[in-house]
Ligand binder design. Structure first.
Ligand code: PMP
Length: 405
């Protein structure tokens, strides 16, 4: 008996969730494993946000909320986008969903026709590809190599657009590479898109507040005002406010697109948890010092990881410019032999070796469409990261690297 519909056949389970589950199982079995698989802040949600949720529950905000989000939260999003991103939206141009993930799903469900093409910048956040596959669209992977700073170049975008192209997905800063587009980079992509009026742009800005070396953030729609009506700006509170479990994300775009996404959402879940929405409004409207404190901590951890990797022969890493991941190059390890005589054929073998030999759970680059790399999450304390990097260094040193001629 086959239970799953064939539309699920091409979809693989999320690699980072799988790696994390394997790590948790190993830890439960008493093994000494450090889980650097899952991307989630290790901080607690700031107390004023939790108090807002408590108050909302006591005040009776316990009924179905409006499908597209409470007025209070949508107004907080409108104000946030005006204040921080110089973007003007009305209340009917914002939707609140169960995490940015659901915003992404709603958008694709609302707009994709079978075989429509969606352009992905590899390395990309795995969900982008999987939702497109679930919905019968065609993901088109554009390789953005480390030598280009993992960003999409205008010529590559121009060459990839066809009459079937429906969306280009951008992620600023990016998971997994921590890549950041300069203002000019964003405008140059915008100029290419000016010539293709049927292409929609999804700008996933969920890591906007995790940005290093004094950089300031520019939204795609602010860099390209002429494309604002074709851009869906996606964001959420998970990463900036350490609120992954509250499941609140939001999207801002033109009213007809938001209405179509609301129609989808009304059939899936009747909106997001009312109490979590009250908490998210407190996060957006309240003091932002915790956001800055989290960012400073992520930057110090980024520095620690970059310093360690620089001392490990065989691994490469240009400093990530944002987000809380390091996508580490491991080309020199491919073809290497482990102490028990196994050959590492690809980056999945490399991460399997790290789990076994070093007790480090990391995600292979192949999960993000770019090999040979592995991603570690830097959302762990400096002490944990130091131990993890020392163990990685020993595991790499124990390999017999392939002779290069
Ligand atoms: N976009 C990107 C690039 C992400 O990395 C994540 C979380 N891993 C999400 C969206 C989803 O975030 P959430 O659903 O928690 O808002």
């Amino acid at each position: 008996m086959k239970y799953a519909a064939s539309r699920l056949d091409p979809v693989k389970p999320s690699a980072s969730a799988w790696v994390s589950q394997a790590a948790k199982a190993a830890i439960a079995a008493g093994e000494d494993v450090i889980d650097l698989g899952l991307g989630e802040p290790d901080f607690d949600t700031p107390p004023h946000i939790i108090e807002a949720a408590h108050r909302a529950a006591l005040n009776g905000e316990t009924r179905y909320p409006p499908t597209n989000g409470t007025v209070v939260l949508r107004q907080a999003v409108v104000d946030k986008l005006a204040r921080e991103n110089a973007l003007t939206y009305g209340l009917d141009e914002v939707i609140v969903s169960n995490g940015a993930k659901q915003v992404l799903f709603n958008a694709m469900m609302a707009t994709l026709e079978p075989q429509d093409e969606v352009l992905l910048c590899a390395p990309y956040f795995g969900q982008y590809k999987d939702i497109v596959l679930i919905l019968g669209g065609t993901p088109v992977e554009l390789i953005c190599p480390a030598t280009d700073g993992f960003i999409l170049k205008p010529d590559a975008l121009r060459a990839a657009i066809t009459p079937k192209t429906r969306w280009i997905m951008l992620n600023l800063p990016s998971n997994p590479a921590g890549a950041v587009y300069s203002d000019d980079d964003l405008r140059a992509l915008g100029q290419v898109l000016d010539d293709h009026p049927d292409v929609l742009i999804l700008s996933d800005e969920i890591y906007e507040h995790i940005l290093f070396d004094g950089r300031s953030f520019l939204s795609f729609a602010a860099a390209n005002a002429q494309l604002k009506d074709r851009t869906l700006t996606v964001n959420g509170v998970s990463k900036a406010y350490a609120m992954t479990g509250w499941r609140i994300g939001y999207g801002a775009g033109t009213a007809p697109l938001i209405a179509a996404m609301t129609k989808v959402q009304s059939q899936i879940c009747s909106g997001a948890c009312a109490i979590a929405q009250a908490a998210a409004a407190a996060a957006l409207n309240g003091p932002q010092d915790e956001v800055r404190r989290f960012n400073a901590a992520f930057e110090a951890r980024r520095n620690l990881v970059v310093d360690h990797v620089a001392r490990i022969d065989g691994l490469t890493l240009d400093p990530p410019q944002g987000a809380f991941y390091a996508l580490i190059g491991c080309a020199a390890l491919i073809g290497a032999t482990t102490p028990d005589g196994t050959t590492l054929a690809n980056d999945a073998d490399v991460t399997a070796y790290f789990l076994k030999a070093a007790g480090i759970a990391a995600v292979p680059g192949s999960a993000y469409g770019l090999e040979p790399f592995f991603r570690i999450s830097t959302a762990a304390s400096e002490a944990v990261l130091s131990t993890a990097m020392t163990r990685l260094a020993s595991a790499v040193a124990a390999l017999q690297l392939k002779e290069t001629s």
